[in-house]
Design a protein around this ligand. Structure first.
Ligand SMILES: [Zn+2]
Length: 226
């Protein structure tokens, strides 16, 4: 079976082995600085932050925030979307809020986001059309503002920002967050944007516990109902 594989598969092996070697060096380096670096985290984690970012390889959550293992609980998807029917994300949010008791949810978009760019075009990309459609909805909601930009790059940058702001609102509209606000007065919800050209993060929006932007999304909880 192996001999029928194209020559490029040999390079492929070198490519992935590089990561395993780097891992050994990294673990060694950490132990040299602090002998209990790994042992102190082996049984428990108590991160203060839930990070929801884009899958883009250029936006490594821990690196750009200078955080160590144990500090960030991370979920990433294409264009950092918060969709209420996404069982994967909602499970992450519920676990982070109810069990880990995180105090901040950070939704971080980034300029030059391929997902946002694709959503701005009319090209069909197959299955991911269904995912990107949520960004088209953001575009439609803000079409007047977006179409006032004559520079397409400025429009693109603004849609990245608006998409992030909308995802923070989507997060506030979940019953998971609203219940936690009532019971525990947390978490704070943050919308940030990362600039690939400068390496810097900029704050776009902040929703404090209890500050739901639109009342129609506010749930009234009773002891009997979930
Ligand atoms: Zn992206």
């Amino acid at each position: 079976m192996t001999e029928r594989l194209p020559a490029s598969s040999v390079n492929g092996m070198q490519e992935y082995r590089k990561l395993l070697l780097a891992n050994k060096a990294w673990a060694q380096e950490k132990l040299e600085i602090r002998p209990d670096y790994f042992l102190r985290l082996k049984d428990t984690q108590s991160p203060a932050y839930l990070w929801i970012g884009c899958s883009d390889s250029r936006v490594p959550a821990e690196d750009i925030t200078g955080t160590e293992p144990g500090e960030l609980f991370v979920h990433r998807n294409v264009a950092n979307l918060v969709i209420h029917t996404d069982i994967n994300l909602m499970s992450v949010v519920e676990y982070a809020v109810d069990v880990l008791e995180i105090r901040h949810v950070i939704i971080c978009g980034h300029y030059n986001c391929g997902g946002v760019k694709a959503a701005m075009s009319r090209k069909s990309y197959g299955l991911i059309n269904k995912w990107l459609r949520h960004i088209k909805d953001v575009y439609r909601n803000y079409s007047r503002e977006l179409e006032s930009f004559t520079d397409p790059d400025a429009r693109f940058r603004r849609l990245v920002e608006l998409n992030t702001i909308e995802q923070v609102r989507n997060m506030a509209e979940t019953s998971i967050i609203q219940k936690s606000w009532l019971k525990h007065g947390r978490p704070w919800l943050h919308g940030w944007v990362y600039d690939l050209y400068t390496g810097l993060i900029q704050e776009l929006t902040l929703i404090r516990p209890g500050d739901l932007p639109d009342d129609i999304y506010r749930y009234e909880f009773s002891p009997e109902l979930p």
